[in-house]
Write a protein that binds this ligand. Structure first.
Ligand code: NDP
Length: 321
């Protein structure tokens, strides 16, 4: 195990809109931020926008922009402003005393920092049923943009009732023959605009009041269908599909911080209202890792800015650099 002896002013963990915006602001304040951009998503840094197709609600882009293009812009701007980016995962942190300690990469190299900004985001939730686990990567996916092309002209199902499920269903309808949208209630929590698009799409059939009893067929090692269970009557029925997409929400990436920071019961990092300050002075959190209400790219970016300004002010009051 080696170490990088000089304490950094700011270490940023995570490279979505929150992390990059924090980096841009910290670099412009001459704090020489160091970012660990992580490789947890199968080797793709950049967070959830990397698996999002069209982004139509990020201000400044009158025409839609793709998630990966938007993240490339964020990253290019961060580098241009002087953020030092290392493509490494953080393995462990120690926030019990200052300077804070962060260990990264296969060689577990130790870095120290006066302040840390956590922007590790959130990731897709799974149903956690055995057949889902057995068929992951064999027809079961949580990312239509990543895997939809495997099901060209075939029938697929999406489960969920939020904006993600609508977006997945719309995207798949452009590739597949038919899309079943399975939801456990009669009302969707997705935005009215997204719902309207889904309702008028002739390729999407909605299965209301339906839970997933089983994804078929584990014995064949591939998805051949889904057995739905009516939540009111318990009646079972099967639909024949070759792809099954899970779009039921997200879990924050906070495993690294359990025992180090105060978390909400749902696992998101607690911050002092109106700020990015965690319960450890000098450690800040921004973006989806601390936001289970808004969860938008633009709110994540805004909170990244807040975190950099909070870190800068905190250092000015508490430390010399
Ligand atoms: P949400 O939490 O909004 O929705 C999750 C959905 O999955 C709900 O309908 C929920 O049902 C259902 N669900 C949860 N657990 C289960 C389960 N075990 N079995 C069956 N169904 C389940 O998550 P999203 O990922 O859709 O969206 C997260 C946030 O991101 C939202 O704020 C959303 O607006 C935003 N977003 C915005 C987009 C855009 O503007 N382009 C695109 C994607 C997301 P129930 O409703 O019954 O609780």
């Amino acid at each position: 195990m080696s170490s990088d002896a000089t304490p950094r002013n700011v270490i940023i963990i995570g490279s979505g809109p929150a992390g990059h915006t924090a980096g841009i602001y910290a670099a412009r304040a001459n704090l020489k931020p160091l970012m660990f951009e992580g490789m947890t998503r199968g080797g793709i840094p950049g967070g959830q926008l990397m698996i999002t197709n069209d982004v139509e609600n990020y201000p400044g882009f009158p025409e839609k922009v793709t998630g990966p293009d938007l993240m490339k812009n964020f990253r290019d701007q961060a580098i241009h402003q002087g953020v030092e980016i290392q493509t490494e995962d953080v393995n462990k942190v120690d926030f019990s005393k200052r300077p804070f300690r962060v260990w990264i990469g296969d060689d577990n190299v130790e870095y120290t920092a006066r302040t840390v900004i956590i922007a590790t985001g959130a990731q897709a939730k799974w149903l956690n049923i055995p057949s889902e686990h057995a068929l992951k990567g064999k027809g079961v996916s949580a990312c239509a943009v990543c895997d939809g092309a495997f099901f060209r002209k075939q029938d697929v199902a999406v489960i969920g009732g939020g904006d993600t499920s609508m977006e997945e269903a719309m995207y798949l309808s452009g590739i597949c023959n038919k899309v079943y949208l399975v939801h456990r209630r009669r009302e969707f929590r997705a935005s009215k605009t997204m719902q309207a698009r889904v309702f008028k799409n002739p390729k999407i059939e909605i299965c209301y009041d339906s839970g997933i009893d089983e994804i078929l067929d584990v014995s064949k090692g591939e998805v051949t269908g889904v057995r739905l269970k009516d939540v009111n009557t318990g009646a079972l029925r099967e639909i024949a599909v070759t792809g099954f997409f899970v779009a039921i929400g997200h879990t924050p990436n906070t495993d690294l911080f359990t025992g180090q920071l105060e978390l909400h019961d749902n696992g998101y990092i607690k911050t002092k209202p109106g700020t990015s300050q965690t319960n450890v002075p000098g450690v800040f959190a921004a973006g989806d890792v601390q936001d289970f209400v808004y969860r938008q790219a633009v709110t994540a970016a805004g909170s990244g800015c807040t975190a950099a300004l909070d870190a800068e002010r905190w250092m000015a009051l508490n430390e010399e650099h």
